[in-house]
Design a protein around this ligand. Structure first.
Ligand SMILES: [Zn+2]
Length: 366
């Protein structure tokens, strides 16, 4: 087995995005007098330290691709771009988790809809510190579409809103691609939730159609750098839609015109059942990053365990279309400290090492 042979079979591995923020940073944010801690200059150096340390520690795991750990996504993965908008109210869509706790989106009160910030601002900072490619996660148009109220906004139609939303989302992705993001990952956790809310599949299909309107604005080359993440939610060790069978989601999900899919798998009850569905609906020229680490589980996986999960997935997914990831970010909402930073980095290191072990096994076979 030559080194070259092994290298031919290198399996890409990427994080999803979030790493728990340092407890000190969360406490400082909680104690900030500022209406929008994103823009509190006193907090700036603490955010900066958190980002620098996150990238250093991610690189120390051997991770070939890093993120900023979403240290600056104040509020969380879903609302960072709209947090602090004057034309919103806090009583928007409720995300119910299995353990009874909820998270809530804001509600749009009047038009026009504009982002307050684009994620490429995070990329600017991360790229100052990173020595390896940086990926950037953004929120999906379908998640933000939930901000438009059912009773409609006088003088600002849903159609106008969707047009503004798609333009803002496209702008955000283009800014990230132009700045050299390794990948732009569209977070689509509400896909599986949509099946739970509406088992008929209508809501899911409306989400797929909306997100495809956005993806259609990009060239095939650009879409190779765009991915979609699906998961059953991950907050305070709880999920929002883990009981929804992937058979109800994946056939529609794979209609999305994205080049990459990041699919939570490690925490599934029956991984082979999911892999069978992936094999059936997988299209050519798509890369499937399967989750081999479960952030929801406090236990740290061993590299050997990860290796075996990758080998299992390789029975169903052609090796040239296979990648690995974590099932979700480690702290999608900024104030969640249910997983420690040390645990997150240890789990990521297991993913990186286990993926390399699997690549070696596959390389030795060929
Ligand atoms: Zn997720």
């Amino acid at each position: 087995m030559s080194w070259e042979l092994r290298n031919v079979h290198a399996i890409p591995t990427e994080p999803i995005g979030s790493i728990p923020r340092p407890v000190d940073l969360i406490e400082r944010i909680a104690g900030s007098d500022s209406e929008d801690p994103n823009e509190d200059p006193e907090l700036s150096p603490f955010y900066e330290d958190a980002i620098r340390e996150t990238i250093e520690r991610l690189e120390a795991t051997g991770s070939p691709v890093v993120t900023d750990g979403e240290q600056r996504k104040y509020g969380g993965f879903c609302t960072y771009c709209v947090h602090g908008l004057p034309n919103t109210a806090p009583d928007g869509f409720i995300i119910p988790f299995a353990d009874g706790h909820t998270r809530r989106l804001s509600r749009l009160t009047r038009g026009p809809f504009r982002y307050r910030r684009y994620a490429d601002g995070y990329l600017d900072i991360a790229m100052r510190y990173a020595h390896v490619p940086v990926k950037q996660a953004v929120i999906s148009p379908s998640a933000l579409s939930l901000m438009y109220p059912a009773e409609r906004i006088p003088g600002y139609s849903r159609e106008q809103f969707i047009e503004d939303l798609l333009r803002e989302h496209e702008t955000e992705i283009r800014r990230c691609l132009n700045k050299g993001a390794h990948k732009v990952q569209v977070d689509f956790t509400e896909g599986r939730l949509a099946v739970k809310i509406d088992p008929s599949g209508h809501l899911l299909n409306s989400f797929i159609d909306l997100n495809n309107l956005a993806l259609s604005r990009f060239s095939p080359d650009e879409r190779r750098r765009i991915g979609v993440h699906t998961c059953p939610g991950n907050d305070l060790h709880s999920t929002h839609s883990a009981d929804v069978d992937y058979a109800e989601l994946l056939p529609s999900l794979f209609e999305l015109k994205a080049g990459n899919f990041y699919i939570a798998l490690a925490g599934e009850r029956d991984r082979r059942h999911v892999l069978t569905i992936i094999r059936k609906y997988l299209k050519p020229d798509r890369r499937i990053f399967v989750g081999v680490i479960a952030p929801i589980d406090a236990r740290i996986e061993s590299p050997e365990e990860v290796r075996d999960r990758v080998l299992e997935a390789s029975e169903y997914i052609p090796i040239e279309q296979l990648g690995t990831t974590d099932d979700c970010g480690f702290s999608p909402f900024f104030d969640n400290t249910s997983t420690s930073r040390d645990t997150a980095f240890a789990k990521i290191q297991a993913r990186v090492r286990g993926t390399a072990l699997a690549a070696n096994v596959i390389g030795a076979r060929s």
